[in-house]
Each structure stands twice: as structure tokens, then as C-alpha cells.
Design a protein. Sequence first.
Length: 163
Amino acid sequence: MGELDEEAMHDSEVLPAERPNPLVIAAGITARGGVLWLVVAGLLALAGRPATAKRALLAAAVALPIGHLTGLAVPRRRPRTSMPARTALPEHPDSSSFPSKHAVTAAAFGTATALVDRKAAAFVVPLVLLVAYSRLRTRVHWPSDVLGGLLIGAAVALVLTRV
């Protein structure tokens, strides 16, 4: 897996080395600590979907500490790079790279939304994917960190749906 992660981090058409689009940078910054999902939940509630907003926020709120605890249990160094893609971020996180907490929270919110409200999911899922991509594009996570985060977040939302 480490070799695949290393290969994916090189300059390519999918993950260019130059500075990312401001929208990609903004997705990563606003999703920090789940702030983006608070705003999205507010928009869902204003759009007449308060139950969806509550369920999605609950999933994200449960998933975030699970992501942090997993990071403590599975310490992993972050990719080291000085590419413009990485230096575009105002933050330079040094916590464990696995899992991507941004991806954990995004996937929990998006999966919970998709399980209860397909129309709202059409709006939310692209944001989830943008946040996940932002973590790769800005080189703060290995691809397996983001994939692991997406899987953990989705699992949390699925478990909560059954509880």
C-alpha cells in the first residue's frame, strides 16, 4: 500500500503539483473540525429537511472523535512535500495522517444524508467528494488515508442508522 501511496503523490494529471483551484483549498479549510457540515446542515434545515440535517450532523459528530482515536492508535507520518499544492494551505497539520479526519466526517455526513434523503444527497455527496479530493490535491494525506477515512465515516453512519 505504501508504494501505491508514494506513486500517487507524484505529479500527474489527476494530482498536479501546482497550486490548486481556490475552491479546492476552501473545501479543505472549511471542512476542518466539521465547520462546513454545520453550514450544510443549516442549509438543509432551511430547505425544509431538518430531520436529514440532524441525522447527518449526528453521524459527523460521532465519526469525528472516532477518526481522532483511530489516528492515535495508528500513527502515520504525513506526506512530505514542498510542492505549491501543499504550500497553498495556511495550515500544516502534524497529527497522524491516518485516517483523514476530513474524510471521516465528510463521509459520515454524506452517507447519513444519502440513507435518508436522496434529493439532499445529490447536493451533499459532491461536497463530500470535493473535501476528500482536497486532502489529496493539497498533499496533506496519502490516498489510503482518505480512502480509510471515507470507509470509517460511512461505517459510522451505517451503524447509527441501525441503532
